[in-house]
Design a protein around this ligand. Sequence first.
Ligand SMILES: [Cu+2]
Length: 771
Amino acid sequence: MAKVELKGNKIMQTKRIFIVLVIILFSTSMMYAQTEKSVEGNVDNLPVKEYTLTLRQEKVNITGKEVMGMTINNTIPGPVLEFTEGEYAVINVKNEMDVETSIHWHGLLLPNFYDGVPYLTTPPIEPGHTFKYEFAIKQSGTYWYHGHTMLQEQVGVFGAFVIHPKKETLAYDKELVLMLSDWTNEKPMSVLRNLKRGNEWYNSQKGTATPLNQVIKRGALGAQLNFWRQRMEGADIADIYYPAFLINGKQSIKYPEFKAGEKVRLRIINGGASSQFWMTFGGGYPLLVSADGIDVVPVKKNKTFIAIAEAYDFIVTIPENGEIEFKITAQDGSGTASAFLGNGEILKAPNVMKPDKIGMMKKMAKMDMKMGAHALKFRPKKDERYKMKKNYGMQMEADMKNMDMPKDSTMEKIPEIDMKKEDATNPTMKAEGMDMFSEYNYDYLKSLQKTNYDKDIPVKEILLNLTGNMQRYIWSINGVPLSEADKIKIKGNQVTRITLNNLTMMHHPMHLHGHFFRVINENGEYSPLKHTVNIPPMQEVTIEFYGNEYGDWFFHCHILYHLMGGMARVFSYDTPRDIRMKEYPVKKLVAETDRYFSWGLLDATSSMIGVNLTTSNIRNQFNASFEYGWNENLEAEFTYEYYLHDYLRVFGGVNIENKMPDNLDEFSTTVVAGIRYFTPYMFSLDVRVDSKLRPRISLGRSIMVFPKLSVFAYYEYQIDLGIINDLPINKDYISETVWSAGAEYMLSRNFSLMASYDNRFGAGGGLSIRF
Ligand SMILES: [Cu+2]
């Protein structure tokens, strides 16, 4: 009896295994069939529309200075690609540059292989090669395309992608694409290097630095100390100085072809590399009709925030004898650009006030807010997401809620338009309320249809804390940069709900490739669908999407410099990798976010000459320093250090010093090892012991006291207990103190004047050069 049962079980088992195998085989072949189908497209049935984009490196002149840019069909931005829903797009991207490139189709629902993230989904386009993208157009709306190879988008690799619906549902006469961007005359990689080394120059150039004198004048010293205690310099809004912000490639651009009475649909896309904007319109409240390519319940709204990579469509009516100004203001108030539509008297767009960084600091310090969540964890594999959320960020939500929360005065629902509220002659809008970030919520976006999912669909919850370290310019998620992270597994036919909890002082526009997600807001079931969502500092936003794709999809902050700093993840349906990607390992893409950057500092003064060289990636750093006093004192040191986490590193190396003061006859060479720690209140602490078993401690700090003027101080104490060296008779120990102090005035990005006193080299003045 037992035997039979066993046999039966075995047969059952074999049968089960067989069935499972068949299912696996079937689903795998289906998956490949699906891939194949997407590749071939439905060319037979769909009308084909073909474009060719040619990428070149050429000299461009945007701000009166000729620099190298990357153009598409000889323009920046590239041409507007126009399609109609139901067409089959064939786009040949020709790379005539000497570096590899790629194009990503932002917001488009397309086969994974054509998504355009090099090494992840799509092969990179090598110099001299052409890559043919092809996919069916299954949606309509305002989208865009951009390079996804490192920082190429910053110098020109972007353009608009407009899809007309089969049947237009909105009423308007004409349309115009307005592509917003930011422009730097520097090489973007050198911009990133400057951010990595922590150069204050950009802030001082923008006028957004907060030197101590201004902080004290505003009575914000307490707030500043609170920030410093948490190792934060202040409330940063944007990192990079841009000499120009652009609309369709120009700082000011006119469209006189629009006639009075015409309704114009503006398709506005933020193609900036790291700039978010406030948009304002002259001549009344425009009608917001669409967000991220999808139509929403129309709403009259003037001052509207546009995060990087977002798209908003507005309908404006050209007035009689009037020219509407459309204006963008960089979020940190560092610049504007305008477009003018129509003819006649200019109807000025309201000005947006420059944010008050010191005021923000004061308000933030009043709230119970824990800053300084690690951007680089000690144990990246350990799941500490919930602990992190609990320990950092806004500690008392009530603090925010109890504050006065005036309603967004810039928004009006259509039935109750009150045009008298609008005053074109008084263009300065009222300051926003106490709640600093309420103006950034998406409550004004309401979907036309219900977007919620069936309650029976299983939901997977994922918590993603957005983390960053401004001093080292590392950006990560849950304290783990892309280079140390695993793929995030998601499943088809399931809802993935993601809580994005921003633990940094910056805004992060997060973008998911190949999907639209619901941004949960006060409209509940009618929450809007988007492809990019901005998360304000210390705020939390929940998004969710239904898994109906296959392959791996990139999810990242769309501030290009944050993406390059590691704020990215791969969402994976865990399906087999496309065989066409065999030669293109994803580790290449990941490695780009963990590059080594090198920089140096040369001090040449009347008392000494010093050189400091640093090479660093996320975890590793090499330092070489050389100091020579004209009074014949010398110290040289070479160390390698490893970052255990943001603030703590272990190091080892070699130190060389002259044995006797003011005498270069004899040198002492020691091996050194110790820790370096970035302390609360932002001191650099170095604790070490050398091969003569002499312990040494040192502390250093630099503070900007006036615009461009910093003071610095350094103190070092070494003690010899005679463990190895012979001490002079009657001495239990001998000690040695080194200290220096001075001031530095920034002349330009690379030069500073400096004056210092060092107890080894004496007083001196001269030049400090950053290279
Ligand atoms: Cu970011």
